[in-house]
Design a protein. Structure first.
Ligand code: FES
Ligand SMILES: [Fe+2]
Length: 398
């Protein structure tokens, strides 16, 4: 099929076609502004509802750019609430953290700070305070609970917003992109694999590397030889968010092992579907070569759905040139040994591809920091990167 070479810039002429500056990828000042004006103001995915199945279950997630960590805890009323993990007494962490994410739970749904034993309930209220009588009569227990954060759930994804003021409700924030990606059986495909690493690159270098398919012929020549097409289909820029379909080369270069895995299981990424579990707005023209839908939930989440699979990438800024990357991949629980093998095969392939993706990022950052180039040049199928650049500029009021 022949296609126009500049169809996305024709569809979205307001984004322009010129080069985009390197400075936002290397500047410490712009990074600081991004933290203040974007990451501390927007909704950020921090977990899944099913990570906290019972009242009293909690998850603590470090939020490096904000120098905090957030407790999500399910109360006896079934609601998940969010708080800064900072004790109201003298600031100790209420829950001891063991890494980027810490999980736990107590039937009582109470949290006790180990320093002096202040006890909080799942609504953040102080319910016990040793030697309470020694505190000043001016000290109001009721007004000194844990500091709450905005928290909401969409399609089972828990989001927080660190803005202490009024915020746009999550559903409204996600807007049309939320509708576009709703209705997929995320909660049925629960067998998950997670990888994460710290990369010495700007968060946008990481975002950009996953937001185009131009690189698949070169970077993924090893793991996905001739399998995906480099162009995008059905690009939709939806407010601050964006989505596209990534398609496959019919009868492409699947390896013999991948072919067998495909035959055994719906879980392999290189699998064409007989019936669809995709929401109606995804692959609306029922393209036979549809591979997966790639969506970007601004600012830092890439959420993908495919037949039998969903996966995501998330980029947590730590400095102008440091990012925590998380990759997660979900399929259904295998029912047979051959399904289990087929899933493992697909996942190993995916892991290899992600290693290929992340392998460019640190070198790109160093090269950009050299100052040799002031601009980068995007082709038409790198429209998601161009859109991302404009959305960041809008938030920074540049
Ligand atoms: S710092 Fe938490 S009880 Fe003292
Ligand atoms: Fe890739």
């Amino acid at each position: 099929m022949t296609q126009e070479n500049n169809r996305w810039s024709k569809k979205y002429p307001e984004l322009g076609e010129g080069p985009i500056p390197v400075e936002p990828y290397v500047s410490e000042e712009i990074y600081d502004q991004e933290v203040e004006k974007i990451f501390k103001k927007t909704w950020l995915k921090v977990g899944r509802d099913d990570e906290l199945p019972k009242p009293g279950d909690y998850k603590v997630k470090k939020i490096g750019f904000a120098k905090t960590s957030i407790i999500m805890i399910r109360g006896k009323d079934g609601r998940v609430r969010g708080f800064h993990n900072v004790c109201s007494h003298r600031g100790n962490k209420v829950i001891v953290e063991t890494g980027e994410e810490t999980f736990g739970g107590r039937k009582s749904a109470l949290m006790t700070c180990r320093f002096h034993g202040w006890v909080y309930d799942a609504e953040g209220q102080i319910v016990n305070l040793p030697e309470e009588e020694k505190f000043s009569p001016c000290f109001e227990k009721e007004e000194n609970g844990l500091t709450p954060v905005h928290i909401d759930v969409w399609e089972g994804f828990i989001f927080i917003n660190l803005d202490p003021g009024e915020v746009t409700p999550l559903k409204e924030y996600l807007g049309e992109l939320g509708d576009h990606m709703s209705g997929f059986p995320y909660d049925k495909l629960t067998k998950g694999y997670r990888y994460y690493t710290y990369l010495d690159c700007n968060w946008k270098v990481a975002h950009d590397a996953f937001a185009e398919a131009y690189h698949v012929e070169t970077i993924h020549a090893g793991s996905f030889p001739n399998i995906f097409s480099t162009g995008l289909q059905n690009v939709q820029l939806l407010g601050d968010h964006r989505a596209t379909a990534v398609c496959m080369n019919i009868d492409g270069g699947e390896t013999p092992v991948a072919k067998i895995a495909t035959a055994k299981s719906r879980s392999s990424l290189v699998k064409r579907a007989e019936s669809s579990m995709l929401p109606p707005g995804i692959n609306p023209d029922k393209r036979e070569d549809f591979g997966f839908e790639l969506s970007v939930i601004f600012p830092n989440l890439l959420l993908h759905v495919s037949e039998g699979i969903w996966f995501l990438h998330q980029f947590w800024p730590l400095a102008n040139n440091q990012t925590l990357w998380e990759g997660q991949y979900f399929v259904k629980e295998p029912e047979t040994n051959s399904e289990r093998w087929a899933q493992e095969s697909a996942i190993v392939l995916q892991r290899n591809a992600w290693l290929e993706d992340t392998a460019t990022m640190e070198a790109t950052q160093i090269a950009l920091e050299s100052g040799a180039k002031k601009f980068m040049h995007l082709q038409d199928d790198e429209i998601l990167i161009r859109h991302g650049f404009h959305v960041v500029e809008k938030y920074l009021e540049l």
